[in-house]
Design a protein around this ligand. Structure first.
Ligand SMILES: C[S@@+](CC[C@H](N)C(=O)[O-])C[C@H]1O[C@@H](n2cnc3c(N)ncnc32)[C@H](O)[C@@H]1O
Length: 200
């Protein structure tokens, strides 16, 4: 409901984003309840899925849901603000859907995560997702009230200063090609051609 009335970006729009970009070997950062991964249309009959989150609860929930799609995901606990363990390998697609409005800091600080993600996206792969913007978009009353609550007393968001231009700058530091569409107050993005840091 929030997604529809407050942020004005229907989940079907984001499911289409998944269906468009999912690769056969996929890393999902912050999978939440796993709804998108459960509903998605995969390009391969037996997709290889890895989940990454701060804690194990959401990954256990997502893994449980994926069992009825005959998918057994790998799980990796960690924060995207730290480098990703290179032993996880590289992925044709990496998603962070509705994650970055929860990540603390400015776009310059959140952008460190984009640098980490670029290291695990295949040269011909994609990093895609969405994030609720705090500024530079037109929030309605419901959205403004929820943003104030979630950035204030219920500290689950940190997006007051998140604008579309800052997102583009931060993504472009880590990827050569960046595409952002704003739907309601949500930036829906896809980034290609990762800028890899050469191995030392
Ligand atoms: C709002 S939920 C999004 C859930 C799901 N992707 C969706 O679209 O329904 C945000 C998720 O991001 C995870 N998350 C937040 N900060 C993170 C970080 N620094 N590193 C990894 N995951 C993080 C949270 O634990 C949570 O699972």
């Amino acid at each position: 409901m929030e997604q529809h009335y407050a942020w004005r970006c229907p989940r079907e729009r984001l499911l289409t984003h998944y269906d468009t970009h999912l690769g056969g070997r996929h890393l999902d950062i912050g999978p939440g309840t796993g709804w998108y991964l459960h509903q998605a249309t995969y390009p391969a009959a037996a997709p290889e899925i890895t989940l990454m989150d701060l804690g194990t609860n959401t990954m256990a929930m997502t893994a449980g849901r994926l069992a009825d799609r005959n998918i057994t995901p790998e799980v990796h606990t960690g924060s995207i603000l730290a480098p990703i363990d290179p032993t996880v390998g590289v992925f044709g697609s990496v998603a962070a859907n509705f994650v970055f409005h929860c990540v603390p800091g400015t776009w310059a600080q959140k952008g460190k995560a984009f640098g980490h993600i670029a290291q695990v996206v295949a040269a011909d792969g994609v990093f895609f997702g969405s994030t609720i913007l705090g500024t530079g978009v037109q929030h309605n009353l419901f959205g403004r009230a929820l943003c104030a609550l979630y950035n204030g007393p219920i500290k689950v968001f940190d997006n007051s200063a998140d604008d579309p231009g800052g997102l583009r700058t931060a993504l472009s530091a880590a990827f050569e090609t960046v595409d952002i569409t704003v739907v309601g107050t949500v930036a829906v993005f896809a980034a290609h051609r990762p800028r890899r840091i050469p191995a030392q």
